[in-house]
Design a protein around this ligand. Sequence first.
Ligand code: NAD
Length: 270
Amino acid sequence: MSYSPDLLKGQKALVTGASSGIGEAIARYLALSGAAVAVNYYSEAESAQKLVDEIKAANGEAFAIQADVSKEDQIKAMFSQTLEQFGTIDILINNAGLQKDSAFVDMTLEQWNRVIEVNLTGQFLCAREAAKEFLRRGVQPQISSAAGKIICISSVHQIIPWAGHVNYASSKGGINMMMQSIAQELAPHKIRVNSIAPGAIKTPINKSAWDTPEAEEKLLKLIPAKRVGDVEDIAKAAVWLASDDSDYVNGITLFVDGGMTLYPGFTENG
Ligand code: NAD
């Protein structure tokens, strides 16, 4: 795997939920692109440290930091420690997320609240702390033409309704409106806020949907590209959105989904 270490040279990034899956891959690719990376984790300290060691072994800069993204005091402490360690922050990847699936009438308030507080409130809390630092520091032209970049990991379910997952789909729909509203408010300050909406990507969150041939065959019916996505598909998009190559891109959702949002059920049925 080769990536230009000059693309994000001198930039400081924080990736939430970076001890597995998409977050781990994004943290790795940001580091390969020259950024120093704060690797946030919730409970998997060992995996987070393994990634930090890997980045350092390749002459990169990284440290691991525990925090529950839904807890305001923990997020404030995480940002204070990151600023202490790195001096500032240029890139926030709002990635942490979870599912607590249930038929609608059986869904408990606890299941609803936990998904909303991690997937949506967690992104709000982290974006707010990052934006405060971007506004305080402003643009450093030798580092980036933006004062800061926020990338929200959403989902195709910000537009595709999902039976049995009303909490998750609602959290992702909320991310879209949150992302666009923040982007509109902060654009005059040269802060860019965008989302990536992954389709089906092979990670622990959706293992049961791809880890048997029968499950994968069923899943592929929903994907015109006829392959399940890899975490690298998302990581490469994140690097682009974090870099000045996307300087005129603000308030968009980049769907990285192999065409899942193209209503594949209509292919031979229109
Ligand atoms: P994953 O389960 O590997 O990653 C989720 C990460 O979030 C984990 O590292 C987990 O520890 C962390 N996390 C959970 N609760 C947390 C909390 N309270 N505080 C901090 N971290 C917490 O699965 P993934 O697929 O890599 O998911 C990453 C993001 O991508 C999620 O937001 C998910 O909704 C989104 N997504 C994934 C897919 C997919 O197909 N895999 C599709 C669309 C969107």
